[in-house]
Design a protein around this ligand. Structure first.
Ligand code: SF4
Length: 289
């Protein structure tokens, strides 16, 4: 497999074949994100992608994740070509996952997304980051709350699983409560199949690092982040969702089936907040992106 630069994938795609179909992120301006710094965005040519699929196809592959940052930006014709070839070459394949941003999704109509689903696209990972409009503007998310909700609805409407990422700490100390509460509410409106909560880790060289150095953004303490998690979950009302804060960036890893385990999880979080014992948290040296 020919990979260019660092490759990122969601934790739940750990066992998937990572097929790099784009390089970098077409947007690449979210202030907190250092994932694709220095990578010039391009869509790989089909011949390059085909070679990787041919190389991997003799192996038994159940899942494929299409990298990099927002591979759904590939025009429909190109995506259909990639997915059709994957389907033809990998008989045991049961799911293809992809990162997408709201605008990539909204550029496609439901019928186009359904055509991708019919060829195996089974999971779309969408970064909401925050349900607070002010935070979205400050982090230059390039999408409004309304667009993010509509994008999530469109994915679900096409019968594709929706996984949404949010980031604790993005509101800073001042905006902590609004960020947590609004994110919980927007998540409830999106009603995704999966939620992944991360904690902000400051990547050197990103604009958010400069905001912090200038004192414009003050990050919550570890227990402040857990308080946000508590407020967020309190405001989440889901039909059926697996909510995970087990990403390596988090101080308190949780895996919660909602709504069944919501109250039990809140009880645990509140107990941690009451005891404020640092030994209950993931040690700083084990945190990672
Ligand atoms: S967060 Fe996503 S959309 Fe924003 S720059 Fe990073 S990869 Fe691109």
């Amino acid at each position: 497999m020919k990979y260019e630069g660092m490759i990122f994938r969601p934790p739940s795609e750990a066992d998937s074949l990572i097929l790099q179909v784009t390089v970098g992120c077409s947007y690449n301006r979210c202030t907190f994100c250092g994932a694709y710094q220095g990578k010039r965005f391009r869509i790989k040519g089909f011949e390059e992608i085909k070679e990787d699929i041919d190389e991997a196809s003799p192996h038994r592959i159940r899942r494929v994740f299409l990298a990099d940052g927002d591979a759904l930006i590939i025009p429909q014709k190109g995506l259909l070509q990639i997915l059709s070839y994957l389907k033809a070459k990998m008989r045991g394949l049961d799911r293809i996952g992809i990162y997408a941003n709201a605008k990539d999704i909204l550029r496609k109509d439901v019928e186009e997304l359904k055509a991708l689903r019919d060829l195996g696209l089974g999971m779309v990972y969408l970064g909401l980051e925050s349900g607070d409009s002010e935070v979205l503007k400050r982090i230059k998310k390039n999408a409004t709350v309304d667009q993010l909700i509509r994008a999530g609805e469109r994915v679900k409407g096409a019968g594709i699983l929706l996984s949404v990422t949010v980031i604790l700490g993005l509101g800073g100390v001042k905006g902590s409560q609004v960020h947590a509460v609004e994110t919980g509410k927007v998540l409830s409106e999106m009603d995704p199949d999966y939620v992944g909560a991360l904690s902000l880790m400051v990547v050197p060289g990103t604009p958010i690092e400069k905001e912090i150095e200038a004192g414009e953004l003050v990050l919550p303490t570890p227990f402040g982040l857990i308080q946000e998690l508590e407020m967020m979950i309190t405001n989440c009302r889901f039909t059926h969702c697996f909510f995970a804060s087990n990403h390596a960036s988090n101080y308190l890893p949780l895996r919660i089936q909602m709504p069944e385990q919501k109250e039990e999880a809140l009880k645990r979080i509140r107990e941690v907040l009451r005891r404020k014992d640092p030994d209950l948290l993931r040690p700083e040296y084990l945190r990672a992106l």
